[in-house]
Design a protein around this ligand. Structure first.
Ligand code: AMP
Ligand code: MG
Length: 487
């Protein structure tokens, strides 16, 4: 393993250099008593950072932004965003900093970013801080998503700062060190557009092309190709969320990436019982970001991206709009194809199968799951056993067993492949009751349960003895789950 000597961690400042109008040089607030809570060693190694050094005093200070490598330029990034449908022209990193970019072991540029590192000029009324619980939550859930094969930002580490944070009560503060293929958001493009500076917008779009879709640079219309690439990446991403039962919870345009990575694990949660109207976030009173609305919301966010990019498509506004509409029309078929392909795989059915057959089978199944309030993850995993001839575990999840039997007969006739199903239907996800249990223990100073949960969800498809409780649905008395916005 090759690791950089700590004194020469080569942090680039590409965003800060190429887009100074959107990068405000800033420093982290000093942490009074930084203590490392979790370190993602495989990710550290991928980034060429020495885990042993990161665990030491200088490394921990690096992870909270107190010790910045020579030549690095930490910045707070400017962005705008539609929050619950309302446009806010100036959001930006109110409590976060981009330390810089690192070239990883595969030669890819990755952002190293801190969340909870103190107030910045974008903080508005916020305190710039983050509490230990929500940052550990982001660590676990983002690592689970990564292990599930879903594009996501990663968590390198969570460090307790020793500074209390005032929420409803006083909580211990923390900084999350986050790694992403970039922190460009739909809201970043909206910010550039709102400045009225078309050259800035163009520079931002070119920066996005260089980082995320280099192929677009060679297209006849590179900025249209960029929009098409984001449409494709987001259609695929939201299909993955839907297929695994992930509810993001706060899909504002500032939380929708240009890279197609999941970002901002605030009030997110995984479905227990299947129900498209499921909302966990305490602030989402109208269910705008309910599980079943997610594809429509992503499409809406992409329309905001297209709008922001319009001046780059054509000098003629009518023509620019026609180009944008055409690109956006790619979303629905791409989403539908990704979802069908994924659902066919979850059902263990052969690749050549007609999409209409998958769709009809899936529609009837989802209705049964919803009527029976069946646990989404348990069902699909136990369906693998049914493909091997043991239908009882799946069947027993339903009240309407005859309904399930009739459906299963149609499904089995298509020849499902149980081994293939086990490779796509996870046994272990960060179930809400397990996440809460691990965070409660961590708040009492016991990181053991968090470590065990991380171990389970880090190999989600690989069923292991001794981990039965990580595969089981929430106990009845866990009740209705509510999440809070991660501040
Ligand atoms: P989020 O809901 O985390 O996506 O954040 C939305 C906006 O609020 C972003 O501009 C954040 O930087 C800002 N923000 C959230 N929490 C805080 C905080 N505690 N202090 C300052 N800014 C914050
Ligand atoms: Mg955000």
């Amino acid at each position: 393993m090759s690791v950089a000597p700590p004194s020469t961690i080569a942090l680039q400042d590409r965003f800060a250099r190429e887009l100074p109008e959107m990068a405000m040089p800033w420093q982290a607030e000093e942490a009074p008593d930084p203590r490392l809570l979790v370190l993602n060693e495989p990710l550290a190694a991928q980034l060429g950072l020495d885990p042993a050094w990161l665990r030491g005093p200088d490394g921990v200070r690096f992870l909270v932004g107190d010790r910045v490598p020579d030549g690095a330029t930490p910045v707070a990034q400017a962005y705008a965003g539609h929050q619950f449908g309302n446009f806010v022209p100036r959001l930006g990193d109110g409590r976060a900093l981009l330390l810089g970019e690192v070239v990883d072991a595969e030669g890819r540029l990755r952002d190293l970013h801190l969340k909870g590192s103190g107030r910045t000029p974008f903080a508005r009324g916020g305190d710039g801080l983050a509490a230990v619980g929500p940052m550990l939550r982001e660590h676990v859930v983002s690592e689970a998503m990564h292990a599930l094969g879903i594009p996501t930002t990663r968590s390198l580490a969570v460090v307790a700062t020793g500074r209390p944070v005032r929420r409803e009560t006083l909580l211990p503060g923390a900084v999350l060190a986050r790694v992403a293929s970039s922190h460009l958001r739909v809201g970043s493009v909206q910010y550039a557009r709102a400045t009225g500076d078309v050259e800035l917008l163009r520079r931002l779009a070119d920066h996005a092309i260089a980082r995320h879709s280099p192929g677009a640079a060679r297209a006849e219309r590179p900025h249209v190709a960029l929009l098409e690439a984001v449409v494709a990446a987001q259609a695929s991403l939201v299909a993955r969320w839907m297929l695994v039962g992930f509810v993001h919870g706060v899909m504002n345009t500032d939380n929708t990436t240009i890279s197609g990575e999941t970002i901002d694990y605030g009030p997110c949660a995984f479905l227990d019982a299947f129900d498209p109207t499921t909302v966990y976030s305490s602030i989402d009173t109208i269910g705008r970001y309910a599980y079943g609305n997610q594809p429509v919301v992503v499409e809406w966010n992409l329309a905001r991206l297209a709008e922001a990019l319009l001046p780059l498509f054509s000098d003629d506004q009518e023509q620019a709009i026609a180009i944008a509409v055409e690109a956006l029309e790619g979303f629905r078929p791409q989403y539908a194809a990704a979802w069908s392909r994924g659902m066919r795989a979850k059902l263990g059915l052969p690749e050549g199968l007609d999409d209409a057959v998958t769709a009809a089978l899936a529609e009837d199944l989802l209705r049964l799951l919803q009527e029976g309030r069946v646990d989404f993850t348990s069902f699909f995993r136990s369906l693998g056993a049914a493909a091997r001839g043991d239908a009882a575990p799946a069947r027993d999840l339903f009240l309407d067993r005859e309904g399930f039997d009739a459906w299963a007969q149609r499904w089995r006739a298509l020849g499902p492949d149980a081994d293939a199903m086990d490779r796509v239907n996870p046994v272990y996800i960060p179930r809400n009751h397990l996440v809460e249990e691990a965070l409660a223990a961590a708040a009492d100073g016991d990181l053991g349960p968090l470590g065990q949960l991380l171990e389970a969800v880090s190999a989600p498809y690989d069923e292991r003895p001794g981990l039965e409780r990580y595969a089981a649905p929430a106990p009845e008395d866990f009740g209705a789950y509510r999440t809070f916005c991660g501040t």
